[in-house]
Ligand binder design. Structure first.
Ligand SMILES: [Zn+2]
Length: 217
């Protein structure tokens, strides 16, 4: 299976990608993580990425593609992949087309209000990065991490104005891509979230069932 996952920030892409990875054995390729990791390890790529980020510029397509090609080479033969955070533009989608044919798009459709509720109640552990939610994934002791006892905090950009802005950016970016893949007749599996505390399992099952029908699972 060669797939792309689309979903707004806060739609739960990480959660679903991990489940797909576990159930299908696909390689999840999250561009953001690759960039962050390479900056942290100060690799050649990391230095390049950092120079753009520091200028407040987007990492140019040719660099992103170089990274992607390199990462795709590491996908074991016969194993599929799930792309997260790529493509972001039509130009990137066109380039991707020349490297790999995408079988299916997984689409997470989450109403803005649910994302805002989810993200404004999110808390993270200062020590280990574990994620909690003060509404439906509460720590056992208020303000403390269950795993390591670390202090929980709220990310400064998890506030409504910033989230709304991120959602707008996502929509502007993604709508043309959705249209692009619709025109190419790439199949979509759309998952609609209806409540803020909806558990992921039924949606994972739905996706698996649809993938089986397509012969991809
Ligand atoms: Zn912790």
């Amino acid at each position: 299976m060669k797939a792309i996952i689309f979903g707004a920030p806060g739609a739960g892409k990480g959660t679903y990608s991990t489940r797909m990875q576990n159930q299908l054995g696909v390689d999840v390729i999250a561009m953001g993580d690759i960039f962050r990791e390479s900056v942290k390890q100060n690799t050649e790529l990391g230095k390049k990425v950092k120079s753009y980020v520091e200028k407040g510029a987007l990492v140019p397509d040719e660099v992103v593609l170089e990274v992607l090609k390199d990462r795709l080479k590491k996908v074991p033969k016969g194993k599929g992949f799930l792309l997260d955070g790529f493509p972001r533009t039509i130009a990137q989608a066109e380039s991707l087309q020349s490297i790999a044919k995408i079988d299916v798009i997984l689409m997470l459709d989450v109403p803005d209000q649910i994302i805002i509720e989810r993200l404004t109640s999110r808390r993270l552990c200062k020590s280990c990065g574990a994620v909690y939610n003060i509404r439906f994934l509460k720590p056992k002791v208020e303000g403390k991490c269950d795993k390591c006892g670390g202090e929980l905090y709220q990310r400064s950009d998890d506030n409504e104005a910033v989230i709304r802005n991120r959602l707008q950016v996502y929509k502007t970016q993604t709508e043309p891509l959705v249209e692009y893949y619709r025109k190419k007749n790439t199949p979509f599996i759309v998952n609609v979230t209806k409540s803020v505390d909806q558990p992921p399992e039924p949606m994972v099952e739905h996706m698996m069932a649809e993938l089986k029908k397509m012969g991809l699972a």
